[in-house]
Design a protein around this ligand. Structure first.
Ligand SMILES: *Cc1c(COP(=O)(O)O)cnc(C)c1O
Length: 362
């Protein structure tokens, strides 16, 4: 077993096997009477696709995801979005009501939400507002993890909402420093838009890194709820014991397999180039507006935009039917909105709404 996983796994769960579902037994038979399933398909289910419980970790889907991410199947856990991955990590590595995790706000909210629900302390090391944009201070996060005996440290690359891409060398260095002490989780929900190498490349040398990937963003499958944790096989085994018995409904498995066919993947890949293009054009358009104070450089499919009057900008967009993410309640972002890079027409609507509002301003 990997040393770090072994050291950090909740002590009370070390000999916990999790729920043994009928599907966890590896048995061979032709008459399946071990799961109390119906002998008949539902009247609406003409092909009988839904009659039986699905595989806990659907083999074909896991194989395809492993190939996509360049890992071996034992290094991958698939579940209900990266959100479930975050929750499983908390539950496997933090005792309820105890322990600590490190985050760098402003950042994706689920790390802190899962930690709070679990009664785990959230140690915040705020992003620094630098010339290049909002930047995570990895050495300071490492200090905080060691000082607070945190078992998980969450990085988001590209950062939501910062747009920052973290250097793999810096992540590797942080993991090296925290080896045996803390797991470094790299959430790469937006990495496809960055056209940059993934932290998955670091898994071979470090047993205390895990990477989160999702089909929700670049693969356009947010409604299906499919995400992965990638890491050491021992980490994956530990998370499986914590996971609910049948995380992925069969229709979701089929939708995900379809989305990972060579044809669908080629289309997804070409769309990434289009988003990068649209992102640059939207950023230029916004920078040319007088209401805009700053557009942060972003490697995701969104732009973090600071306005002289964010309240007025939000209202102007809304009046034109354009809904963007209001960031004003987040630390350091009192003047900011986050705008997803949509279609060319969506981007045109954003710019038109802001241009009109400026023309109407006194
Ligand atoms: C959108 C997003 C996710 C996606 O979560 P899913 O549960 O896979 O849909 C994960 N992390 C970040 C930072 C996100 O912005």
């Amino acid at each position: 077993m990997s040393a770090t996983v072994d050291l950090l796994l909740r002590e009370d769960l070390r000999d916990f096997g999790g729920y043994r579902s009928a599907r966890s037994e590896v048995l061979d038979g032709s008459v399946w009477l071990n799961a109390n399933e119906s002998a008949w398909a539902n009247g609406s289910d003409s092909e009988g696709r839904l009659r039986r419980y699905p595989q806990p970790q659907p083999e074909a889907l896991c194989a395809r995801l492993a190939a996509l991410y360049g890992v071996a199947p034992p290094q991958l856990l698939v579940g209900r979005g990266s959100d479930e991955g975050i929750d499983l990590l908390l539950r496997a590595f933090c005792m309820p009501g105890r322990g600590a995790v490190v985050i760098a706000p402003p950042v994706f909210g689920m790390y802190a939400v899962c930690a709070r629900l679990h009664g785990t302390e959230v140690i915040e090391v705020p992003l620094r507002d630098a010339a290049a944009g909002l930047r995570a201070d990895l050495p300071a996060m490492g200090d905080a993890a060691l000082a607070g005996s945190a078992s998980l440290l969450f990085l988001c690359s590209p950062g939501n909402p910062s747009g920052e891409l973290l250097e793999l060398g810096a992540i590797a260095q942080l993991a090296q420093r925290l080896r045996g002490r803390c797991l470094v989780i790299v959430d790469e929900a937006y990495i496809e838009y960055a056209d940059a190498p993934s932290a998955i490349a670091l898994l071979a040398d470090r047993d205390n890194i895990a990477v989160l990937r999702t089909l929700s963003k670049a693969h356009a499958l947010a409604a299906a709820r499919v995400g992965c944790v990638l890491g050491a096989p021992s980490l994956i085994t530990a998370l499986r014991r914590v996971q609910a018995p049948y995380p992925l409904p069969q229709p979701v498995v089929e939708a995900a397999l379809g989305a990972l066919s060579p044809r669908a993947l080629a289309l997804t890949c070409s769309r990434m180039a289009a988003v990068r293009d649209a992102r640059a054009r939207l950023a230029d358009g916004l920078r040319a507006l007088r209401q805009v104070r700053r557009v942060h450089a972003s490697l995701g499919n969104f732009l973090l935009v600071r306005f002289f009057d964010a309240t007025a900008a939000f209202a102007a967009l809304l009046a034109a039917g354009v809904v963007v993410r209001d960031m004003r309640a987040m630390p350091q972002l009192g003047d900011a909105l986050r705008i997803t890079v949509g279609s060319a027409e969506d981007c045109r609507r954003v710019l038109a709404a802001l241009e009109t509002s400026r023309a109407e301003a006194p």
